[in-house]
Design a protein around this ligand. Structure first.
Ligand SMILES: [Fe+2]
Length: 163
């Protein structure tokens, strides 16, 4: 694989960076002029792509590892995170049939923003700190996440390129 490897990052730092990236898109959307539909469309599309990839790597890699490492499933409920992702994904789904200017477009994105912010806050204040206390190899996990993310990204890029 033609992989340009930078310094390996621990999984949680990597995911936190993704959280910051999506928050930037949320902020940009809030600041976008009401009638700038093109900009709104771009921002929503990028946020949805980023969130979809983020959800996949967390569900496939982070949460199963978290379940194993925590041994105390009652204290930190990973199931709740799955449910929150489910809600976020159903909101993302709505954007496949809506475009900026449509009734409910801005409202849907607002609810998406709020749901993601809540979820991110929970992860960063509860799940991630707990995981940092475990023996989980976060660098190794970060490598798996980065590899999976790259594959998802290239599939997305290919899908966006007309053949
Ligand atoms: Fe998440």
């Amino acid at each position: 694989m033609a992989n340009t490897h930078t310094t390996p990052q621990d999984a949680l730092t990597l995911l936190e960076e993704e959280h910051r990236a999506v928050e930037k898109l949320f902020d940009a959307f809030k600041r976008a002029a009401d009638n700038d539909l093109e900009r709104k469309a771009t921002l929503v599309q990028r946020a949805c792509e980023l969130l979809s990839m983020h959800a996949v790597v967390e569900e496939e890699i982070l949460y199963p590892a978290a379940r194993e490492a925590l041994h105390k499933p009652d204290e930190i409920d990973v199931n709740e995170a799955y449910v929150e992702h489910f809600l976020v994904k159903s909101l993302i789904e709505k954007f496949t049939t809506m475009k900026p200017g449509d009734e409910g477009f801005d409202a849907t994105f607002k609810v998406l923003t709020e749901s993601v912010n809540h979820h991110v806050e929970e992860e960063e204040s509860e799940l991630f700190p707990e995981l940092r206390k475990t023996r989980l190899d976060l660098v190794k996990l970060g490598e798996r996440i980065a590899t999976r993310r790259e594959a998802l990204q290239s599939r997305l890029t290919k899908a966006a390129t007309p053949h």
